[in-house]
Ligand binder design. Structure first.
Ligand SMILES: O=C(O)CCC(=O)C(=O)O
Ligand SMILES: [Fe+2]
Length: 207
């Protein structure tokens, strides 16, 4: 299968299929270096339910969730130290992808790293814990394919199903910045580089 290296649009969402293909090994090595400092953890929702996705962060701010709510924190609650710095290859990729999607000058200060194993999912939600919604969200997929749900401004709006493969990037912003989105339960499979895993990097301007 060949990559389609041009943007595809679903209303409000820019898809950049294969945008990071060829960089997956370097990106994965950078993920592993972050995880060595800020290990995967399973957070609980404010309601007390553990999320099926395991998470970590890098950058000036990291997204955290616990009984007190969802928020960004400059420190990793596990280590009580700053999150690992954002690797240069992450920041460069995010800025290049944002520019390709029409959002020039994107400088993310937060990268949420999500780990999905078969069965893990992310329910429909909005990314709304950031201070400023003028910056886009840039989201990179590595490893096993997943079905991304791209909804609308209201939770009940019908969501499009978009299959995301390793190296694909999607970005949204502007009028679609607060659109609902999610990920269906990951199907069983084995990826040549990541094995039974999907890793998603979500780049944001949080502060
Ligand atoms: O894993 C994905 O593709 C989406 C992740 C996401 O929406 C989030 O972390 O807020
Ligand atoms: Fe999200």
């Amino acid at each position: 299968m060949t990559a389609e290296l041009f943007p595809v649009s679903t209303p409000g969402l820019t898809q950049l299929p294969g945008f990071a293909r060829g960089e997956e090994e370097a990106l994965l090595a950078a993920v592993e270096a972050v995880i060595a400092m800020a290990p995967w953890r399973q957070v609980v929702t404010p309601g007390g339910k553990p999320m099926s996705v395991h998470m970590s962060n890098c950058g000036a701010a990291g997204w955290v969730s616990d009984r007190r709510g969802y928020r960004y924190s400059a420190v990793d609650p596990l280590s009580e130290r700053s999150w690992p710095a954002m690797p240069g290859c992450f920041a460069r990729l995010a800025a290049r992808a944002a520019a390709a999607a029409g959002f020039a000058g994107f400088a993310p200060d937060a990268c949420l790293i999500n780990l999905y194993e078969p069965g893990a999912r992310m329910a429909l939600h909005q990314d709304r814990d950031e201070v400023d919604f003028s910056a886009p969200i840039v989201s990179l997929s590595l490893g096993l394919p997943a079905v991304f749900l791209w909804g609308g401004a209201a939770r009940a709006d019908k969501a499009a199903r978009i299959e995301l493969h390793s190296g694909d990037v999607v970005a949204w912003g502007g009028a679609a910045r607060l659109n609902f989105h999610g990920v269906l339960p990951l199907r069983e499979g084995v990826h040549p580089l990541l094995g039974r895993r999907r890793i998603n990097l979500t780049f944001r301007k949080a502060l």
